[in-house]
Design a protein around this ligand. Structure first.
Ligand SMILES: Cc1cc2nc3c(=O)[nH]c(=O)nc-3n(C[C@H](O)[C@H](O)[C@H](O)COP(=O)(O)O)c2cc1C
Length: 155
């Protein structure tokens, strides 16, 4: 099993925090889509797309990356942090057209948000993702993957 997570995390590093926890605990390779635009994903068995949410959408770099690099018939999953903690994966639909991707699951949690007027009130969801969000993300990843034996020891 060869997993990888493609991520974009440009606001406060909220999404990167979750991605790095999974990478550390479960030995998953990661790629920052705001830096790397092209990668051959053909050898990967499980591909995660992780992003903060910006104006209701996954980061443009993630949407572009998936459109350009995701091969057909791959197992994928979604991971987001956002102010509203909702499912924004519909914003990936265009990028996934014709890919026949098998979506194994979606994880979402709150992320500290100081966008626009929210900054004036000290932001929303301060402290998130927190320890519990990370723990749930690890459990989510473990649920869809067989690669995380290390985490099995601590839950
Ligand atoms: C420009 C901008 C637009 C945002 N738009 C939304 C939005 O439409 N819905 C939402 O739930 N959160 C929105 N947020 C909040 C972020 O999704 C949230 O803070 C997220 O955790 C940021 O992740 P990051 O630190 O990994 O970039 C927005 C934040 C910014 C900076």
């Amino acid at each position: 099993m060869k997993p990888i997570i493609i991520y974009a995390s440009t606001h406060h590093g909220n999404t990167r925090k979750v991605v790095e926890a999974i990478a550390k605990e479960c030995g998953v390779e990661t790629v920052d889509a705001t830096v790397v635009k092209e990668k051959d994903l053909s050898s990967y068995d499980l591909i995660g797309f992780a992003s903060g949410i910006y104006a209701g959408k996954y980061h443009q770099a993630i949407r572009n990356f998936a459109r350009k690099n995701l091969p057909v018939n791959k197992k994928i999953f979604f991971l987001t942090t956002s102010a509203m903690n909702r499912d924004f994966s519909a914003s990936m639909n265009d990028s996934l057209k014709g890919k026949d991707a098998n979506i194994l699951g979606k994880y979402s949690c709150f992320g500290y948000n100081t966008f626009g007027p929210f900054k004036l009130i000290g932001g929303t969801s301060k402290g998130h993702p927190d320890e519990d969000d990370i723990k749930k993300a690890l459990a989510f990843y473990q649920g869809i993957s067989s690669t995380c034996s290390k985490f099995q020891d601590i839950i």
